[in-house]
Write a protein that binds this ligand. Sequence first.
Ligand code: NAD
Length: 478
Amino acid sequence: MGSTERFEDVSPIDEEVIGGVARGGAAEAHAAVAAARDAFAGWGKIAPKERAEVLHRIADGVEARVGDLAAVETRDNGSLLRSHLRSVMPRVARNFRFFADRLLALDGSADAAHEGYAEHVTWDPAGVTVVISPWNAPLMLATWRVAPALAAGNTVVQKPPEWAPLTASLLADIARDAGLPDGVFNVVQGLGEEAGAALTSHPDVARIAFTGSVDTGRLVARAAAENLTPVSLELGGKSPFLIFADADPEAALRQAVNQFDNAGQVCLAGTRLLIEGSIYDDFIDHFTEAAASIRQGDPRTETTDLGPLITRIHLERVAGFVERAKADGARLVFGGGVSAELGGLYHRPTLFVDAPAGSEILTKEVFGPVLTAQPFTDEDDAVALANATEFGLAATLYTSDLARAQRVSERLVAGTVWVNCFFVRDLNAPFGGSKDSGIGREGGVWSFDFYADVKNTVVAPTPPSPHRSTEGEQERRT
Ligand code: NAD
């Protein structure tokens, strides 16, 4: 079943229309859920080892087509081709390999056995999983959910982002060629408020994995609540990047400049530079100099560091933040608009200082190459500024004093804290956000805890012990 309606897919590189994409609505969403529900009867019963083998074959298929996937993703969302080739697409393959292997390593033995009672934990397939993801890293973010859901024995319906929809359909081809049975992985192209809303409100859906903005996250949570569908929400951020006076200046500077990566369209980006007062002016000077050497241009060119924003609508959204920051009294140090040379959607790296406390530019997510800098006086001040938003996705701090690093990181409210590094993460580690940045953690066993139905089976000793109703026995039965 396919919609005859289309929406236009526009490349951010040159704003040319790439083509028309099927605009699935409620009918297509319901058909995909029905197909996934039917396929669950088979896929959910396949032995973990066989499921893992199929996932490894999908990874093989991704690796064989890294060049195609990278070229399509770059044209579709404007991210750097070299990053897609070297890290993003290999990571897509790794998402499948990692969860295939992690599935086989799940250990259900529990050490809470009493008087010969055995307890055993299993991760049972849950059912149909809906995966909805954003455009800033479409295939990587989607497969971070699709892979564990399939590994857990679930079937999947994915609704790709309408601003970068193409690689999801390529993944469906790769999965089919890898031998994934029909109906196990389904892609419904369409708009969020149409296909997305129809999927998240469907009563036959067992799990919803949503990555996107806080506002949409609230809509998804409301829809999920109606059916009591467990939902994982990976939402926005406004992460702090703290630089203490004793930090390695070059390492801190290099990493601070990296916060402009992907034109700032990174949920984890440390967009609020918090700098110890004694080095503040110096750091801003060096940062301004370093940012001037960022090479902006066509993301397909090897030497480009920074590409375009995703769409004109998003460019206008970012421009609105810049104008309101100025109106609120923040001072523009550099950037502040589209590159005069490149035009189009190429917004220049931008830095604001002296923004009034609590103002929009210090508290709301811009999701563009717009950073702020603020000085702090001491650890207490640094922590207070760092935690002064409704977000809690990540935090980064640079200091050469590891005791201080420990004290400060303990007080930061964030799902991930990086000390003297950024973006490094083992796939076994928990990932997610605190406060408005999300609900739940994924990664390693946390992913299986979400995608599977976790069951504890308690087996009495053989022969069964005579039934006693002592206090201790009651305790064991709860
Ligand atoms: P968005 O919320 O606008 O859209 C995300 C997805 O939701 C899209 O696929 C969209 O089609 C769909 N959608 C829209 N309305 C819907 C509805 N009513 N019901 C169901 N689905 C609907 O977000 P975006 O602009 O695509 O992405 C940017 C946001 O994503 C930023 O806030 C960013 O921080 C966040 N993000 C978070 C993470 C993370 O891991 N925490 C990672 C990447 C991006």
